[in-house]
Ligand binder design. Structure first.
Ligand code: AMP
Length: 261
């Protein structure tokens, strides 16, 4: 696996491959890799000949009271995981923001509501950094997890509206053995908080698969989740037969979504 920090050297490598007709697959991440991230490598591999993963903790998508500073950055472990899982090139740039940067990208529709409502400016940070990364890597396809459902919807809109010639591929959510959606933030959970998290994941799963009418599912979810000690519901929404949830356990915010069946 090639490890690259500079955009120029990444582009030199990729230009040669593109001349050979190779399809470039791209997976943007913030690192602290887990099985969810690694599953995206398999998906990218199916759609491309050369897999590029980026690890960049993007400051502009964190609110002032969020965890940018303490976000986990286990560099060496991540490198080993990416290498063992078949990434061809790992891109870990320094800051992608010039000291006097003055251009940002914004999204004004899909990013409203759900996570956008409680994380002001978050999705503008996401579309800005993803635009930068798309321009640097210029991939043929890019893989995003369904875990961050609103994020992938926003990215699809970004690609459409700014004419990025990139196919966006959605990858399914990977969960742990107890049904909790994997997240880099799960490592913040104490044992007690983890038990709370699996209780919430269990309720979410059960209700989404209860085959009851949508209003009943919503009512039951609200009632059952609000009974869980140590958990606060940030939002719970059901639209087009998909349920979206965000909860806060201790200081950790977790999100999930499921198709209603
Ligand atoms: P992050 O490092 O949190 O920015 O996530 C990088 C990519 O991994 C995003 O496209 C996420 O949606 C995806 N991802 C994170 N967790 C999971 C998961 N449990 N299953 C599948 N994809 C995931």
């Amino acid at each position: 696996m090639k490890c690259v920090a500079s955009a120029k050297s990444l582009q030199r490598t990729l230009l040669a491959l593109k001349k050979d007709g190779k399809r470039i697959g791209f997976i943007p991440t913030m690192g602290a890799l887990h099985e969810g991230h690694l599953s995206l490598i398999d998906v990218a591999r199916k759609h491309s000949d050369y897999v590029v993963m980026s690890i960049y903790v993007n400051p502009t998508q964190f609110g002032p009271k969020e965890d940018f500073k303490k976000y986990p950055r286990p560099q060496k472990v991540d490198q080993n995981l990416a290498r063992r899982h078949g990434v061809d090139l790992l891109f870990s740039p320094g800051s992608l923001y010039a000291a006097d940067e003055s251009v940002r990208v914004t999204e004004n529709k899909i990013s409203k509501g759900r996570c956008g409502a409680s994380r002001e400016g978050h999705f503008d940070g996401v579309v800005t950094v993803v635009s930068k990364l798309f321009n640097i890597v210029q991939p043929d396809i890019a893989v995003f997890g369904q875990k961050d459902a609103q994020q992938v919807e926003v990215i699809e809109r970004l690609v459409r509206d700014l004419y990025f010639p990139i196919k966006i591929v959605r990858a399914p959510i990977i969960r742990d053995a107890k049904g909790l959606a994997l997240s880099s933030r799960n490592r913040y959970l104490s044992t007690r908080e983890y038990n709370t998290a699996i209780e919430y994941a269990g309720v979410f799963n059960e209700e989404c698969h209860s085959r009851k009418p949508v209003p009943t599912i919503k009512r039951n979810l609200k009632r059952r989740l609000s009974k869980i000690k140590g958990l606060k519901i940030d939002y719970l929404e059901i639209s087009n037969k998909w349920a979206y949830v965000a909860v806060v356990i201790g200081k950790t915010r977790l999100i999930d979504n499921r198709q209603i069946r």
